[in-house]
Design a protein around this ligand. Sequence first.
Ligand SMILES: [Fe+2]
Length: 154
Amino acid sequence: MPWFKKIGIAGAAVLFSWNPEYSLDIAQVDEEHSKLIQMMKKLELADTRRDRVKIVKGVIGEIEEYCRVHFSNEEDLMRRSGYPQLEAHRQAHVQFRKKVEDLKLFAAFNAAEIHQILLEWLVEHILKTDRDYVPYVRKYLAEHPEQVISTTAP
Ligand SMILES: [Fe+2]
């Protein structure tokens, strides 16, 4: 199945910011990552708005909340598939959530820069840290097809 079909209807809205290189070929995870990228993209547009600080705080709050859900789903998949580096990965998630929280203090600054900081972390995390669990999770999902979940974004 082509990657763009796996990211769901909501994914169609992020075709411009989603790069096929980010795909881990795990539908649930790809969909959640594309949703995060889509949320982060809203920051890019905030700088032109009069109520930008409010928008930036709101978007960071949304990202914070969705990271909680996504990281928990990812950690659950890693745990079920017996991924040996779960603890180190969990730590990377904890640090990122702390970074997102800290960025709220900078909401009055350049939103495009905040967008860049978040996007760079996420992309690097997907391409390096997440990529490492892929063989374990794919094997687990192939052996437990009933566990394949598609989280269609609201
Ligand atoms: Fe991760």
